[in-house]
Design a protein around this ligand. Sequence first.
Ligand SMILES: *Cc1c(COP(=O)(O)O)cnc(C)c1O
Length: 351
Amino acid sequence: MKVIDLRSDTVTHPTTAMRQAIFEAEVGDDVYGEDPTVNRLEEMAAQRMGKDAGLLITSGTQGNIIAVLAHCKHGDEIVVGDEAHMFWYEVGGAAALGGVNIRTVPNDSSGRLNPDDIVRAIRDRDIHYPPTTLLCLENTHNRCGGMVLDVDYTNQVCDLAHARGLDVHLDGARIFNAAIALGVPVLVLVERAESVSFCLSKGLGAPVGSVICGSKPFIERARKFRKMLGGGMRQAGIIAAAGIVALETMVDRLAEDHANARRLAEGLAGIEGIRLAQESVPTNIVMFVVSPGVSGAEFIEGLKEVGVKLGFRNGGPFRAVTHYMVSSADIDEVLARIEAVYKELRQRAQR
Ligand SMILES: *Cc1c(COP(=O)(O)O)cnc(C)c1O
């Protein structure tokens, strides 16, 4: 039985081309700036993002904490969506390591922050207040089911932040999924943000790594903070080599993952008792809930027994994330297995 793992696109293994590139990678000591493969990846990433410079970092989480450290001073306040990855899943790093106050404003179901809420959250100058210095956006939005912020919205919110003296950091862990879904070059989507980070290790299939991009002085500060956080790596060309292949070969094909996610969503919506937990499925994340009476933990356990792995946190929706190791035939197989397990549990609940 083939195990089909839809917990996340982070479970993807490096492609054959990546393994070959890793094998052949020219390397040096990157802390001395001497790894040619890292330097090539950083230039390539910066160019894709339309920024002056890039920096290979260990993870998306490290990118976001570096952004906070490099944009803010101790005691500053940042504005973040209340469903943001930075707020939920980064161990409170901005506060713990940056000494930065996190002020949340509500995310709507499409991952947006209401501009009026942002304005209200930005502090005036007052002796009592911490200065608000950074706005963080997330695209695509993880907890909002891979929803996409479009170019107009992103520009509008960046302008609003800039007019009030804030910088903008874009958590673009899956920014290429957003660009592909919108059919725009990624640089148009990140143009007005001072910094953007993206993951090589998710849908792009690389084994490790993210890149953060911004101006030269920003990346200089970021490089110093990366060292402070223990992220200065030596022959990191081993990692960068796969990242280059990821950028060259794995971006355009994300459209297939999006089509598979839609196929999965349509199939799920057709199963009685299962309901999608999002209005649309623009990228590679599908969230859904099952009718009450069926225990989430039992459903997940039953699926595991038939070789289907889904994401689930108690009380939350189920999550399926498509990626290059899952084909459209696999999606049909997943639907059949989900339907069988779900029916069985439901009948048991009704007995
Ligand atoms: C996955 C993710 C991150 C963190 O990336 P890691 O490489 O897992 O640390 C940050 N932001 C968003 C929106 C993500 O989806």
